[in-house]
Ligand binder design. Structure first.
Ligand SMILES: [Fe+2]
Length: 505
């Protein structure tokens, strides 16, 4: 697969898409918003990591007569500053500022607003997990500015993660924010140490304090759009927590033994490069009652993950479903994450061929009332970016939509549909194409799960351009029923959402 996929989008466009193959179903009207990294070059600087390229929000508005497209870069401080400088000047998550340790020490990564969107009544939020969201106009996609959700997001960074989770029973959305702890840094106390060893011990003590006091802040946004703070969730360690799951009673997190070496704070390497999979240590499920009760911390086998498909309660049990990554894939993941232009097949470079089939599996974890964890694989092939009919979120569901590898070597991605009742698997993986996270849209007037359409954006390597793709949800393997082509390409977008509101011109 060509690495042209990861080129910048050269501008900002407002287009009516005239090249449509197939036909858009008459009942499908609304807007698909997606967010991802859209700017891979800033002057002479090339951005290598998907974490640190500037966020670009796209909107496909489907109004019954056609499809309009719009894209805008989020005007973050990172975007504005680097544009003015003509090069990368900020510390990112996988990118170090020029100037060595001094230039990077104690600097948090710059907010690129590049990961997901949250569709509100009066604005669209561009989300990034280590900082505040940016508000955008729902129609123009122009950046309104960084926001604090009416002052509810507090703390030094006010983080509001990229993965809010919908509660179909209440219509609310729950999200979390990472809250770092900054110990009081008394330089004189460190300098006055009589020996070099004592200096180092005092420094380590400070870093240790920063790690053990990290916690998450939990927020609830109700159906009217009012956000309130729910509770703090202490963590058993400092690691990467990218997504959350939700049941009517619990907010659920998974802390893997994938830990950030605290010395990253001191700036000698990037946060991403400083991550290590600590073999021999467990993973933990963290079940935080939404109403504020005692947090349950439950040990399980070591693995890591990015995204949840769903969670729900079954009697006294809590069931969580997610693509589980085997620990031995992390070395390859780390290499690919730091250099997205390299081949994604690197994910599997440390994996023995016979172990390949079990590297990434959609897995059901059943957590019992006495804190035991039973696991069960749900599908016979690798997958990521799981999505469901959101009307079933926090309740049992029967169908999961995913991205799937097309040829086992990671070069090219298609989409799949796993039916958990009859065990069938459907895939659509045309060679030379890359499809992103499939979003399910229900058919208006129908309440049946999976009755509707699936939307994706597909890149065609031969033509070096992209298109909106519409699938009939029950027959994903039949291929798209409609495609609305752009005259240019879009790099991979990570996450998105659909609303029945049609974005204006
Ligand atoms: Fe994500």
């Amino acid at each position: 697969m060509s690495f042209m996929y990861w080129e910048s989008v050269p501008g900002e466009y407002d287009l009516t898409l005239t090249e449509i193959t197939g036909s858009i179903p008459p009942g499908l009207t609304g807007t698909l918003y997606r967010n991802g990294s859209g700017r891979w070059n800033i002057g002479a600087s090339q951005v290598d990591s998907l974490f640190d390229a500037d966020g670009m929000v796209v909107a496909f508005a489907i109004d019954g007569s056609g499809v309009r497209f719009k894209n805008r870069f989020v005007r973050t401080e990172h975007y504005v500053t680097t544009t003015a400088a003509g090069r990368m000047v900020k510390r990112g998550f996988a990118h170090q500022r020029p100037g060595g340790i001094r230039a990077n020490a104690f600097r948090l990564p710059a907010n690129t607003a590049n990961t997901n969107v949250m569709i509100g009544a009066d604005q669209l939020l561009a989300l990034w997990e280590g900082g505040r969201p940016h508000g955008l106009d729902l129609d123009t996609l122009n950046t309104i500015g960084m926001c604090s959700l009416d002052g509810v997001l507090k703390g030094p960074i006010g983080a509001y993660s990229a993965h809010h989770t919908y509660d179909a029973t209440t219509g609310s959305r729950v999200n979390f924010g990472f809250e770092p702890y900054f110990p009081r840094f008394d330089l004189r106390h460190i300098r006055s140490a009589p020996t070099r060893e004592e200096k180092l011990r005092r420094l380590k003590e400070l870093v240790g304090e920063a790690i053990t006091r990290v916690r998450l802040r939990l927020y609830d946004t109700d159906a009217r759009g009012v956000t309130r703070y729910l509770r703090a969730v202490p963590l058993p360690g400092m690691g990467l927590i990218h997504d959350m799951a939700l049941t009517p009673r619990y907010a659920i997190f998974m802390l893997s033994p994938l830990r950030i070496n605290p010395w990253a704070l001191l700036g000698h390497k990037s946060y991403w490069d400083a991550m290590r999979f600590k073999h021999g240590e467990p993973s933990y499920f963290i079940l935080a009652p939404r109403d504020g009760g005692r947090v349950r911390v439950i040990e399980t086998d070591p693995f890591y993950m990015w995204h949840y498909a769903n969670a729900y309660e079954d009697g006294a049990d809590v069931v969580v479903e997610l693509p589980r990554f085997a620990p031995e894939t992390f070395g390859g993941m780390q290499a690919w994450g730091a250099d997205t232009r390299s081949d994604m097949a690197r994910l599997y470079e440390n994996v023995a061929p016979e172990a390949l089939p079990d590297t990434v599996r959609l897995t059901r974890f059943r957590i019992t009332a006495d804190d035991r964890v039973h696991t069960e694989p749900l599908a016979p092939m690798g997958c990521e970016f799981p999505q469901i009919d959101q009307r079933r979120s926090t309740q049992p569901h029967t169908v999961t939509y995913v991205t799937v590898p097309s040829d086992g070597e990671g070069s090219g991605e298609g989409i799949g549909r796993f039916d958990h009742v009859d065990g069938t698997v459907q895939t659509y993986c045309p060679p030379g194409h890359k499809l992103v996270e499939p979003i399910f849209v229900p058919r208006p007037g129908s309440t049946a799960e999976a009755d509707g359409w699936v939307l994706s954006v597909g890149y065609d390597e031969a033509q070096h351009r992209s298109r909106l793709m519409v699938f009939d949800a029950p027959h994903l393997d039949h291929g798209p029923i409609a495609e609305a082509w752009l005259p240019f390409h879009l790099p991979m977008s990570y996450h998105g959402g659909f609303t029945s509101r049609v974005a204006g011109q």
